[in-house]
Write a protein that binds this ligand. Structure first.
Ligand code: F6R
Length: 614
């Protein structure tokens, strides 16, 4: 949520900052801005709207200088307009400071009122301006010291970058709860909220920890802890492949990422299945066998799409590992105080690894002494680093705001973990070997599933004008119903709800009418007939039905076809893997409906990738 890029070196900063912002734009896109320095002159350029608006503005008003900070915003305080865009300035002349900030300053009103009572005039409605005004007030010629003093006054979260003409040869950064990384170049340094902003510039990065402050010059970077002592940070090499985050001929990242799912699943499985012991293996769980064997309960904690993947995991763990599982919204879990027995493992699921609520839930669980694992996509992210151990998705960058390949990768990893825990307990080697074969088959089966694209597109053309849509599934497919509804509402702005199919008659069936289509997930399986009965109940009330059914068995398929208005067939797979094949047509349906409604698929309104505020 929001993106920060800073540069100091010998090259012109502006193009580097703008390119970095473009890479981070998926994290927030309601305004963008930058501030550069030439000697003791500060050049501020900011605009409401996308980074492209800022780009056009810079064509007519370039920002010169080899040092600068920049920001792309997802509004928290104050609407998206030019004034509220970052950077925020305070002070005058040489003592001016420019600040960009991610996070939320919770005590900003108290601080603002105090400053106003002393005659300070504010220009924006943001919480960030308070930081700028405070630094300007404390500025006594030493920017680093001024920032340090101000940090101790702030309550909340921040990743921030500051420059001032008074100290024209440095950038100061600080982190508490909002990620920040130093990019290390040759005679140049970068600061970013996400290493992907540095793609093409440097692969060497050092992550700041909470309560750390950094000072960058062209030639050096220093990181300090809260006690002002210098700390030596580990330098990581980021593994990005040039072009990985390009569109590769696809019109949108979301579509590209839907089509990357077979490969993402292949990557999730690679090297993790062992025929020798009919189980799965992971390099980084970092828990000893006894701890794993002793697990009496598992809690998955996550938000949004990752939460839905966790719900699929609950069914898998209960079926294969016979371990009781609970799935908790991280935003609720962090403030609850449920009694948790000692032998409970908490697993945080997250694509970005930066979701504020999931990070807080992880910290709270650690504080209570539970082993905490993460299932995460972004290498080196806060959650991946703070967990005791974990498993990476290896799905590659997910840029589209609507999560697609991260969901199917998470479900794949959860199947591997269910196999792993199952083989430690009750699962026979024959069952384990069968699961391995079934998992190996999935990438090709997803490739086959993607062939439904033209059929899905036809259905989208028929229904894109509706105002409401219902999604129904049971057991393993109830979370998929929720996920399908989430995908539709977030990118097409159609109201959609997912339900366990049998719950319909307890209330939601009142919504069914001729203009409200219901999507039924009815692949073959143990409760096929039950779900078909639920489908009939909707048909009987005049609701159009789109069914997702299994290919293969003509009698079953014919039965679904005779009852539903539209049928999309997907490969016949074991029930625990049905979420993987059934979610694909739902992703495509949302994509095509959103497109037909003229929505910005990759950057839906009001949203941002990576929710780093509470
Ligand atoms: C929906 C979506 C969000 C995220 C949620 C958690 O398409 O992307 O619901 O799943 O914000 O994000 P992560 O997985 O990064 O913790």
């Amino acid at each position: 949520m929001c993106g920060i890029v800073g540069y100091i070196g010998k090259r012109e900063a502006e193009p580097i900052l703008v390119e970095g912002l473009r890479r981070l734009e998926y994290r927030g896109y309601d305004s963008a801005g930058l501030a550069t320095l030439t000697g003791n002159r500060l050049h501020l350029r900011k605009k409401a709207g996308r980074v492209s608006e800022l780009g056009s503005f810079l064509q007519t008003s370039p920002a010169p200088g080899c040092i600068g900070i920049s920001h792309t915003r997802w509004a928290t305080h104050g609407p998206a307009n030019d004034v509220n865009a970052h950077p925020h300035l305070a002070g005058t002349g040489n003592g001016q400071v420019a600040v960009v900030h991610n996070g939320v300053i919770e005590n900003y009103l108290v601080l603002r009122r105090h400053l106003e009572s002393e005659g300070v005039r504010f220009h924006s409605q943001t919480d960030t301006e308070v930081i700028a005004q405070l630094i300007a007030c404390h500025m006594d010629g030493d920017l680093v010291e001024a920032v340090r003093k101000v940090l101790s006054l702030l309550k909340g979260t921040y990743g921030l970058a500051v420059v001032s003409p008074r100290n024209p040869d440095l950038i100061v950064g600080a982190r508490l709860g909002s990620p920040l990384v130093v990019g290390i170049g040759d005679g140049e340094h970068y600061l970013a909220s996400d290493p992907s902003a540095l793609t093409g510039n440097t692969q060497k990065v050092a992550y700041l920890q909470d309560n750390q402050l950094c000072v960058l010059t062209s030639d050096e970077y220093h990181i300090f802890d809260a006690e002002k002592s210098r700390v030596s940070a580990l330098v990581h090499s980021i593994d990005w492949t040039p072009g990985e985050s390009d569109l590769n001929g696809f019109p949108h990242y979301m579509l590209k990422e839907i089509y990357e799912q077979p490969e993402a699943i292949e990557n999730a499985l690679r090297g993790r299945l062992s025929d020798a012991d009919s189980s799965a293996h992971f390099g980084g769980l970092n828990l000893d066998v006894q701890q794993l064997r002793r697990a009496e309960r598992i809690i998955f904690t996550a938000c949004g799409t990752s939460y839905h993947a966790g719900m699929v995991g609950e069914y898998m763990f209960e079926e294969f590992a016979r371990i009781p599982v609970e799935v908790e919204y991280a935003s609720e879990f962090r403030y609850r105080n449920p009694p948790i027995d000692q032998n409970t493992i908490v697993i945080a699921l997250t694509q970005s690894g930066e979701t504020a609520d999931t990070l807080a839930a992880l910290r709270e669980s650690k504080r209570k002494g539970h082993p905490v694992l993460s299932i995460c996509n972004v290498v080196g992210s806060s959650i991946a680093r703070e967990a005791d151990g974990g498993v990476y998705l290896r799905a590659g960058p997910e840029i589209g705001v609507a999560s697609t390949k991260a969901f199917t990768s998470q479900v794949t990893i959860l199947a591997l973990l269910a196999l792993f825990f199952g083989r430690m307990r009750h699962l026979s080697s024959i069952q384990g070997a069968r699961m391995i074969d079934e998992l190996h088959a999935m990438p090709d089966l997803i490739r086959r599933t993607l062939r439904c694209q033209s059929e899905v597109q036809r259905i989208a053309e028929k229904y894109f004008h509706v105002d409401n849509m219902l999604y129904m599934g049971r057991q393993y497919l109830y979370p998929v119903a929720l996920e399908g509804a989430l995908k539709l509402k977030e990118i097409s702005y159609i109201h959609a709800e997912g339900y366990p199919a049998a719950e319909m008659k307890h209330g939601p069936i009142a919504l069914v009418d001729a203009s409200t289509p219901s999507i039924f997930l009815v692949p073959r399986g143990s409760i096929f007939d039950k779900v078909m009965s639920n489908l009939e109940e909707v048909k009987a009330r005049g609701g159009p039905v789109i069914a997702i059914a299994s290919e293969g068995d003509a009698a079953v398929t014919d039965h679904v076809m005779s009852r539903a208005d539209e049928v999309i067939v997907v490969p016949d797979v074991p029930e625990y893997l049905q979420p993987l094949v059934t979610v694909v047509p739902l992703q495509l349906l949302s994509y095509y409906i959103a497109l037909l409604r003229g929505c910005d698929v990759d950057k839906p309104r009001n949203l941002a990738k990576s929710v780093t505020v509470e």
